[in-house]
Write a protein that binds this ligand. Structure first.
Ligand code: MFK
Ligand code: FAD
Length: 516
C-alpha cells in the first residue's frame, strides 16, 4: 500500500488524439463534407471510449453446444452479450450502411473507413464479419437478382440491429485456401426449382474456416464443373444459414443453423478468440447461384478486394491503438531518477517517433486505396485510377499486415513490463493483428496477386505514371524517375530508411507514397 504509486495513463478520444487523420481527411475530402464528417468522428471517438470499449471488455469466446440433453444434434453457437452488443452498436453507427447509403458519394468510403480505424482496437475483430457483409452487399449489388437487391441488400446494410443481417465467406477448404482449385464441395442443381434469388442448388461439402458462423448468409464457392477444370469449375453461391431466411419480427433467429449445416468444431486460434471461427459440414444445404456458372472465383473477387481493404485498415488501426497507449504512457511514466517523463527523453521519443512515422506512412498509403475504392464504386474513377486500385489493394493489405506486428511490439516494449501485461490490451492486439498476415491472402499470395494485376494491359503504365507524378512533386532529395514497379520498391527502400532517421515531419511522411 505504501511507496511509489504508478500514475495510470489516459488514452483519450481516439479521434482528437490522432496525429494523422485530421490532415489526411483534409487532403482527401472536400471542405463541405469534412465539416460534417469531422463532427461525427469526434462524437464517434467518445462512443469508442464509452460504449464500444466496455462492450469489448464483456466479449467472450463463443461456446458451441453440439448435443442437447436428449442426445439430439443442435449445434447451438452461443455468443457473448459483449459480442452481440458490439455488432449491434456498429450496425447502428452505419458500419456497412454508410457505404451503401453513399450520402457523401465517393467520399463515403474514406469517412466510413476513418470510423473503422478509430474503432478497430476496441471491437474484438467485429470488422471481420462486417467486412464480409460489406463484400456480400457489393457482390449482390453487382450480380444479384432484383429480388436479392430488394430483400437482402437492405438487410445487409441496415442500421437497425433487429433486422440487420451479417454475411460470411466460405472459400477455404482442407486441400487449400490460397489455391481453391481442389475445392471438394459440390453444388447440384435442384431440377425445376428456381427461386427469385437465383437458380437453386444443394451444396455438400466441408468448409475448413468459417469466421462469421453467427451470420445469416454466406457466400461460398462450390464445384459445378469437372475436377479437371480446377478453379474454373467453381461457382459462387449465396447460402442461408437458417431457413426460412426471413422470419416475422416477433421471432428471433433460432440459435441453431437449420439449412442442413453442422458445426464440426470451433477453431482453437492464437488470437481473434472472440470471433467464432468454425469448421462446417454442409449436407444438402439450399443455395442460390450468384453470377455466371463456373466463374465463382472471379465473382467473389469484389469480396476479396473489400475485405483486404478492411484488413489493411485494421492493421493500421491496431498500430494506432498501441501507439496511443505508448504515447499516453510516456506522459505518465518517469525515468532518470524520476526526473524526466518518458515523453521528454530523446532516446525514448526516437522509438515512438519511428512507430509514429510508420503509422503516418501506412495511414496515408492505405487511405489512398480507400479513396480510390470510393471513386470506383461511385463510377467517378478514371480507367487509370481503377487499374491503380487493382494493384494497390493487395499491396496495401500485405504491407500493413507485415509492418503492424513490428510496430505493435515496439509499442508493447515502450511500456516496459507494464506493456507485457494483459490489461493494457497490447498483447491481444498483437495476437489479433497477426492473422492479418494470413487471412484474405498471405503476403506471398498477395505478391502473386500484384503480379497477376500487372499482367493486365495498361496497369504498369498507369501505376508508373502516377508514381512518377508523385515523385516529381517531392522535394529534390526524394526526386527520382521510376521505370518499373520493381524499381518503385527498390528505390523506395533507402528513402524509407532515411525517413526513419529523420524527425517526424510532413516531409518524413512522404516516403509512404513510395512504398508503392
Ligand atoms: C478485420 C479484417 C477484415 C478481414 C477479415 C475477413 C475474414 C477472413 C476470411 C478469409 O480469409 S476468407 C478466404 C479468403 N481467401 C483468399 O483470400 C484466397 C487467397 N487466394 C487468392 O486470392 C488467389 O489469388 C485466388 C483464389 C483468387 C486464385 O484463384 P484462381 O482461380 O487461381 O485465380 P485466377 O484463375 O488467376 O483468376 C480468376 C479470375 O479472377 C481472373 O479473371 P479472368 O477470368 O478475367 O482472367 C483474375 O484476373 C480474377 N482475379 C483474381 N483475383 C482477383 C481478380 N480480379 C480482381 N481482384 C482480385 N483480387
Ligand atoms: P496455404 O494456402 O496452404 O498456405 C501455406 C503457405 O504456403 C503460406 O505461407 C502461403 O503463403 C504459401 N503459399 C501458398 N501458395 C503459394 C504459392 N503459390 N507460392 C508461394 N507460396 C505459397 N477462410 C474462409 O474462407 N472463410 C473464413 O471465414 C476464414 N476465416 C479465417 C479465420 C482465421 C482466424 C484464419 C487463420 C483463417 C481463416 N480463413 C477463412 C482461411 C484463410 O483465408 C486461409 O487460411 C488462407 O487463405 C491461407 O490458406 P491455407 O490455410 O490453406 O494455407
Amino acid at each position: 500500500e505504501e511507496g511509489f504509486q504508478p500514475t495510470p495513463y489516459v488514452e483519450g478520444n481516439p479521434f482528437t488524439a490522432d496525429t494523422v487523420l485530421p490532415s489526411l481527411l483534409k487532403r482527401l475530402v472536400p471542405p463541405s463534407v469534412l465539416s460534417e464528417v469531422d463532427e461525427d468522428l469526434q462524437r464517434f471517438g467518445d462512443v469508442v471510449l464509452t460504449k464500444l470499449r466496455p462492450l469489448s471488455a464483456r466479449a467472450e469466446p463463443a461456446r458451441l453446444v453440439q448435443y442437447n440433453q436428449w442426445g439430439q444434434r443442435v449445434d447451438d453457437l452461443q455468443t457473448s452479450e459483449g459480442w452481440r452488443g458490439l455488432k449491434a452498436a456498429l450496425q447502428e453507427e452505419g458500419m456497412i450502411g454508410i457505404f451503401y447509403e453513399r450520402k457523401y458519394k465517393e467520399y463515403s468510403r474514406v469517412y466510413g473507413f476513418a470510423k473503422i480505424l478509430l474503432a478497430v482496437g476496441d471491437t474484438q475483430v467485429m470488422f471481420c464479419p462486417l467486412s464480409m457483409t460489406d463484400g456480400c452487399s457489393r457482390v449482390l449489388e453487382l450480380m444479384g437478382t432484383p429480388e436479392l437487391k430488394r430483400d437482402v441488400i437492405p438487410r445487409l446494410t441496415s442500421r437497425d440491429p433487429n433486422i440487420a443481417f451479417t454475411a460470411g465467406q466460405w472459400m477455404t477448404e482442407r486441400p487449400g485456401g490460397s489455391d481453391v482449385s481442389q475445392t471438394e464441395t459440390i453444388a447440384t442443381p435442384i431440377p425445376n426449382i428456381t427461386s427469385p434469388y437465383g437458380p437453386t442448388y444443394t451444396i455438400n461439402g466441408f468448409k475448413w474456416f468459417s469466421s462469421a458462423t453467427d451470420s445469416d448468409v454466406a457466400l461460398a464457392l462450390a464445384r459445378t464443373g469437372p475436377v479437371s477444370a480446377g478453379s474454373r469449375g467453381l461457382s459462387l453461391f449465396l447460402i442461408p444459414l437458417r431457413r426460412p431466411l426471413f422470419r416475422g419480427p416477433e421471432e428471433s433467429a433460432p440459435p441453431a443453423l437449420t439449412n442442413n449445416i453442422r458445426i464440426h468444431r470451433l477453431k482453437n486460434k492464437i488470437g481473434t478468440k472472440v470471433l467464432p471461427t468454425a469448421e462446417l459440414e454442409l449436407n444438402g444445404s439450399e443455395a442460390y447461384l450468384i453470377g455466371p456458372l463456373n466463374q465463382g472465383v472471379k465473382s467473389i473477387t469484389p469480396v476479396l478486394n473489400i475485405t483486404r481493404m478492411y484488413s489493411a485498415i485494421s492493421s493500421v488501426g491496431y498500430i494506432r491503438k498501441a501507439l496511443t497507449i505508448a504515447t499516453a504512457y510516456s506522459k505518465a511514466r518517469t525515468v532518470s531518477s524520476g526526473e524526466q517523463l518518458l515523453k521528454d527523453n530523446p532516446l525514448h521519443v526516437s522509438v515512438l517517433a519511428k512507430v509514429n512515422l510508420l503509422y503516418r506512412a501506412l495511414t496515408h498509403f492505405t487511405f489512398s486505396a480507400v479513396a480510390l475504392l470510393g471513386k470506383v464504386e461511385c463510377g467517378v474513377a478514371s480507367e487509370e485510377e481503377e487499374l491503380r486500385l487493382r494493384m494497390l489493394t493487395p499491396a496495401a493489405k500485405a504491407f500493413a499486415a507485415h509492418y503492424s506486428s513490428i510496430a505493435m511490439e515496439e509499442c508493447m516494449a515502450a511500456l516496459g513490463g507494464m506493456g507485457y501485461m494483459e490489461e493494457t490490451g497490447i498483447g491481444r492486439l498483437i495476437d489479433d493483428g497477426l492473422v492479418e498476415k494470413v487471412w484474405e491472402g498471405t503476403v506471398s499470395v498477395l505478391s502473386l496477386d500484384i503480379v497477376r494485376a500487372t499482367s493486365k494491359r495498361g496497369v504498369v503504365e498507369a501505376f508508373l505514371k502516377w508514381a512518377n507524378g508523385v515523385l516529381s512533386a517531392c522535394p529534390p532529395p526524394l526526386q527520382t524517375k521510376l521505370s518499373s514497379p520493381i524499381s518503385v520498391i527498390r528505390e523506395s527502400l533507402p528513402l524509407i530508411s532515411a525517413a526513419y532517421k529523420a524527425p517526424v515531419s510532413p516531409l518524413a511522411t512522404r516516403p509512404a507514397l513510395f512504398l508503392f
